[in-house]
Every structure is written in C-alpha cells, then in structure tokens.
Design a protein around this ligand. Structure first.
Ligand code: HEC
Ligand code: HEC
Length: 234
C-alpha cells in the first residue's frame, strides 16, 4: 500500500472511530445542547442539577420520544401555565435533545446508587416511597401528592387520573400489581383518534419489588379527601 492510500485509510478510520465513539452522534450533540441551554439549572440528571423542574434521570423511560418532541416544541401548548420556558429550539437541535433524553433510562441511579437509599429514608417506607415517587417521575404525570390534573390527549376527561385516593378503590396487592405492570393503552375518548401520548409505564422493568411496595405504601398513606384543588405544577 502506498503512503497516500495508507494516510487516506487512517483518516477514514479516524473519522469512523470518532463517530463510533459518539463524539458527533445525535445523542452527544443533544447532551451538549442540554448543557448549552442550561436545562440543568432546573433539572437534575444523574444526580446533578437543579430542582425547579423534575429529575430527568428516568425521563427516557417514562416518556416516549413522540411526547418529548411535542413537549419541547411548546411546553405551554401541552400544559398551560407551566413554568418551563419555550426555548423555540430549531428542529435539528430539538431532535438531538430528544435523542439524548431518550437515553436517560434511570440506569445511572440503578448502577451508582439510588437517591432513596440515602440514610434519611431508612426504615420509613412511606417517606422512602415518596422519594421514589418523585425521583422516578410518577410526580410528572400524577402530580404532587397524586392530586392529578396533568393533561393527556384523547382520554376520557382529558387528564391522567389522580391517585391520591387509590386506597378507596385498590387493595394493597392490586395497587402493587398495577404499578408493576402499568397500562400500555388507556381507553381512548375517540376510538378512531390517536393513541394517548402518555401512558402508565411498566415499573417492574426498573424498580425492585420492595421499591414498588414502598411507593404503594406512600400512595396508601395519602389522604386528600376534601381537597378539590389540583396541582398547578409537577
Ligand atoms: C426554569 C426552569 C426550567 C428550565 C430552564 C427547563 N425546564 Fe424542563 N421543566 C421545568 C418544569 C417546572 C417542568 C415540569 C412541568 C410540569 O409538568 O408541570 C419541566 C418539564 C420538563 C420535561 C417533561 C417532564 C418529565 O417527564 O420530566 C422535559 C422533558 C423537560 N422539562 C426538558 C427540558 C429541557 C430539555 C430543557 C432545556 C432545553 C429544560 N427542560 C429547561 C422547568 C424547566
Ligand atoms: C408517563 C405518565 C405516567 C407516569 C410517569 C406514571 N403514571 Fe401512573 N398512570 C398513568 C396513566 C395514563 C394512568 C391511567 C391508566 C389507565 O388508563 O387505566 C395511570 C394509572 C395509574 C394508577 C391507577 C389509577 C387508577 O385510578 O386506576 C396508579 C396507582 C398509578 N398510575 C401509579 C403510578 C406510580 C406509583 C408511578 C410511578 C412509579 C406512576 N403511576 C407513573 C400515567 C403515568
């Protein structure tokens, strides 16, 4: 092989491995944009960032890419009065950020240590369950304390159900099973219309049995009878 061809081959191989390492993949570009737009000012990812918005460490598990796309186009269009700004992202940037968010499947906490295993939650399954509820993001669909009010498309009533009174309708075992198995397809308001973009994830894919039991203990401890007010924020 002559030197020119060798040089060309090396350059080609270099470009290839840079791609394979992901320096210029949509996910890496999305990660960089996520930093550049300072999303971390409000959002925690993998244990680092702000708390003005939900922890996004599990966001790619709980939300489909279709939803994330819709959300980032215009958060207020999905949920009026939400405090997350519209960033008016260019389509290419938005798609990269969605690709990055889709990789956030909670694995960091599962691998490196779960925030709800911190000493302050030890021995108190209700408190621990509340921390799981918030960290894995039940709160992003069911609201603070399970009070509901979060919009969904093409479902009866237009909202994700409130779960602050499940102790009236579920036994402990039924509740644990519901959380573990999720509900992939809610009944559509208009059978001919599109699938609802938000659905109840199958949490047994991410949480251990005893963690699901702790979340159930938390839900069973809630008592909002008489509370009519719905959560404005997550
Ligand atoms: C000023 C604070 C703030 C900033 C900055 C911000 N967000 Fe948010 N974000 C929020 C809040 C608050 C919510 C929850 C809204 C609700 O559901 O009530 C949210 C919700 C979300 C959600 C969906 C809910 C879920 O399941 O967690 C995603 C995805 C998201 N933000 C991504 C981003 C990205 C990407 C950026 C940067 C381009 C960003 N956010 C910047 C405050 C912020
Ligand atoms: C992406 C949104 C989303 C997330 C995140 C989510 N849920 Fe749900 N959940 C739903 C939807 C939608 C339903 C309604 C399902 C149906 O149509 O029956 C539901 C239903 C439920 C129900 C049954 C309520 C009833 O009235 O029958 C319980 C209990 C529940 N969720 C608990 C949880 C817990 C606990 C978590 C976190 C570990 C969680 N959910 C996370 C969307 C979500």
């Amino acid at each position: 092989m002559n030197r020119l061809r060798l040089a060309a081959l090396l350059i080609f191989a270099g470009t290839l491995s840079a791609c394979q390492l992901g320096h210029d993949s949509p996910v890496e570009r999305g990660r960089a944009s996520f930093q550049a737009y300072k999303c971390t000012k409000c959002h925690t990812v993998n244990g680092e960032g702000g708390v003005l918005g939900p922890d996004l460490t599990f966001v790619g598990f709980r939300k489909s890419s279709d939803f994330l796309e819709r959300w980032l186009i215009n958060p207020q269009a999905w949920k009026p009065h939400v405090s997350m700004p519209n960033f008016y992202l260019r389509e290419a940037v938005r798609k990269d950020i969605v690709a990055y968010l889709a990789t956030l499947q909670g694995d960091f906490y599962i691998r490196e240590g779960r925030p709800w295993d911190a000493p302050q939650f030890a021995g108190d399954s209700v408190k621990r369950g509340g921390e799981i509820y918030s960290r894995v993001g039940c709160i992003t669909c069911h609201g603070k304390g399970g009070v509901g009010g979060y919009p969904n498309n093409n479902v009866v009533g237009g909202e994700i159900p409130k779960i602050s009174t499940v102790k009236d309708t579920y036994s402990r075992d039924e509740l644990i099973a519901r959380i573990a198995k999720g509900v992939r397809h809610s009944v559509k308001a208009d059978p001919a219309g599109p699938d609802p973009l938000l659905y109840m994830p199958r949490w047994e894919a991410k949480l251990k049995q005893e963690e699901i039991e702790a979340v159930a203990a938390y839900l069973l401890s809630l008592d909002d009878h008489g509370v009519e007010e719905k959560a404005e924020e997550w």
